[in-house]
Design a protein around this ligand. Sequence first.
Ligand code: ADP
Length: 330
Amino acid sequence: MTEAPPLLEVTDLVKHYAVRGGVLRRQVGTVHAVDGVSFSVGKGETLGLVGESGCGKSTVARSVLRLVEPSSGSIRLNGQEITGLSKAAMRPHRRAMQIVFQDPFASLNPRMTAGDIVGEPLSVHGLASGEKKQQRVAELFRQVGLRPDQMKNYPHQFSGGQRQRICIARALSLGPRLIVCDEPVSALDVSIQAQVINLLIDLQRQHGFSYLFIAHDLAVVAHISHRVAVMYLGRIVEISDKTELFVNPRHPYTQALLASVPVADPKARRLTPVIEGDVPSPINPPSGCAFHTRCRHVMDRCKVERPTLAEAGGGHQVACWLNEGTGRKG
Ligand code: ADP
C-alpha cells in the first residue's frame, strides 16, 4: 500500500524579485525573497514558520496560495502539483486553501456588513444563497465566538479580536483543508492573542484542517504548532518537532530567537545573548551561511561554504556547520 501524500508539500521553492533602476528601468539587482525552501504539512497538522521580518515568510505563504507566482519549485496539494495551473484549474484548490492576514481591519471591506463579508465566498463559489446562506453564516459566527445578531454590524463596530474572528469565519466558510495564517495575532493585544490562538486550536480539533502558521515571534507559534520551521534570509535553517526545537535548539539563530522570548522572571539569567543588528539585505545576501555576519560561533568555513539542512536525529534538521558530527550526513 502506498503512503498517502502530505496535505501540502513544498519543494525547492524559489521567489526572486527583480530590482529595477535608472530611466530605462533596467534590472540592477535581484531580491532573493525565498531561496530554495522545502517543507510539508500533514493533514490536521500545524507547521509554524518563524523568523524576523523580511526573512521571506509571507512570500512563502503567498506562493503556496498562488497569490504570487513562484520563480521555480514545486507546490503539491494532496499530491497534485498546483504551480502553473490556470485560473480555472486552480478554482477547486482555492476553496481548499484560505488565508487569514495580520491586519483584520485592512482585510475587511468597511462598507460591507460582517454577515455579507463572511457569506461572500459562499456566493462567489455558488454554494449557498438566500436563507440557506444566512443560516450558514449564522452558524459560522457561532463557531468563531460571535453572535448571529452581530451579522448586521460593520467592521468598525467590532474590536480588533472580533474583527480577526470575522476573518477566521470567512476563511472557514468554504470548508478549507489548509488555512495559512500570516501573523494573525501580531496586531492584537497580548491578552486577545491567546484567545484567538485558542480559537484556532479548537477549530482545528473540530474540523481536522491544517495550518501553516506564520509569526516573527517564537512564543506565538509555541502553543499552536506541532512542528516549527525557522527561516533566515529566504531559507529554512532549522525544522523539527515543536518540543524538540524548544528544548534542544541547534541553530545559533534559533537559539537567539528563543533568547529574545520574554521570560516571566526578570532575574533569570539568559544563556544566549539576544540577537543584535538587522537581517542583511536579501539583494546581496552574505556568502556561505547567510547568518555568519551575526553568528557568535562563526568559523572561517561559514563565510564561504553554505550548510544545507541535514538530519540531526529524530526528524530534527539543521543547516549549520556546528551540527557536523552530531548526526549530519554531509
Ligand atoms: P517576511 O514575511 O518574513 O517579513 P517577506 O516575504 O514579506 O518577509 O519579504 C521577504 C523579502 O522580499 C523582503 O526583503 C521584502 O522586501 C522582499 N519583497 C517582498 N515582496 C516584494 C516585491 N513585490 N518586490 C520586491 N521585493 C519584495
